[in-house]
Design a protein around this ligand. Structure first.
Ligand SMILES: NC(=O)c1ccc[n+]([C@@H]2O[C@H](COP(=O)([O-])OP(=O)(O)OC[C@H]3O[C@@H](n4cnc5c(N)ncnc54)[C@H](O)[C@@H]3O)[C@@H](O)[C@H]2O)c1
Length: 258
């Protein structure tokens, strides 16, 4: 059972309306943080906010101006959790993905981190305190040729994590990334369907069966990762004990990337 004292702390969780983001918001809220749940889907953000006594905000994190306005309204932020992300469609060979698909995936999975980090940069540096945690992916550590824009965008997000960590380091602000492995969520409900239609080994299966097939064939520990396990790692990075950890890219994946 986690136990951190995050009372007096303000957190922002992007993409907090579903899946991993909802678990992160709920976990930080349970430790006492005031949580702002940002999502492009306001109804979903409201459901999460109701569960963690937080505040729901509609925000498209790929829109730099919208992010700026949104963070100006929020004010103080102690913990910035960049979790919003989208998968790209099947792309094997890589020429299957359109330029628009590459641009959209990069806008949401990479440039959004630049927008949100820029929005908190001045205040966190001035206080010499703050935590930024980016939820990236094991596909940013090992190649996922099934979805090139997604895999490359998550590599870039891991790279951006290191660049931001160096940039913020003198001010005591930490920046780390967590790479989830296989987490059952609305993202996987959609991805499983797509894989069932387009991947040889998965034809005829339903999304949940595709998910289990990937775990059986790729995860050494033979188990899925839960949203709560990703949230627990976020809480650790936000805790006082992690104040000397920065620029790290940590896989929570049952051993996939060993
Ligand atoms: N589920 C997995 O197995 C898995 C594995 C590795 C990495 N991840 C990463 O974890 C993060 C969360 O994944 P999830 O499985 O919970 O996904 P999800 O699709 O269940 O939830 C993502 C949330 O982000 C929101 N969102 C999408 N675009 C947005 C935008 N432009 N602005 C604001 N919000 C937006 C969606 O509305 C949704 O609520 C993503 O970055 C994803 O790439 C997930």
């Amino acid at each position: 059972m986690l136990s951190f004292d995050f009372s007096q702390r303000v957190a922002v969780v992007t993409g907090g309306g579903n899946g991993i983001g909802r678990a992160i918001a709920t976990c930080l809220g349970a430790q006492g943080a005031r949580v702002h749940v940002l999502d492009i889907d306001l109804a979903a953000a409201r459901q999460t906010a109701a569960a963690c006594d937080g505040i729901a905000v509609r925000c498209d994190v790929a829109d730099a101006a919208a992010v700026r306005d949104c963070f100006a309204a929020i004010g103080r932020v102690d913990f910035l959790i960049n979790n919003a992300g989208v998968v790209s469609g099947p792309g094997q060979p890589f020429t299957n993905n359109t330029e628009d698909e590459w641009d959209r995936t990069f806008a949401i999975n990479v440039k959004s981190i630049r927008h949100t980090a820029a929005a908190v940069s001045e205040q966190m540096r001035a206080r010499r305190d703050g935590r930024i945690v980016n939820i990236t992916s094991i596909t940013g550590v090992i190649a996922a040729p099934f979805m090139p824009p997604y895999s490359v965008s998550k590599s870039a997000a891991n790279g951006l994590t290191r660049v931001l960590a160096r940039d913020f380091a003198p001010s005591g602000v930490t920046v780390n990334a967590i790479c989830p492995g296989f987490v059952w969520s609305p993202l996987w409900e959609d991805l499983g369907e797509v894989m069932a239609q387009s991947s040889g080994g998965a034809q005829g299966a339903n999304a949940r069966e595709v998910f289990q097939w990937r775990i059986d064939s790729l995860v050494p520990m033979k188990r899925a990762q839960s949203p709560e396990e990703i949230a627990a790692t976020v809480a650790f990075f936000c805790s006082d004990g992690a104040r000397n950890i920065t620029g790290q890219v940590l896989s929570v994946d049952g051993g996939v990337t060993i």
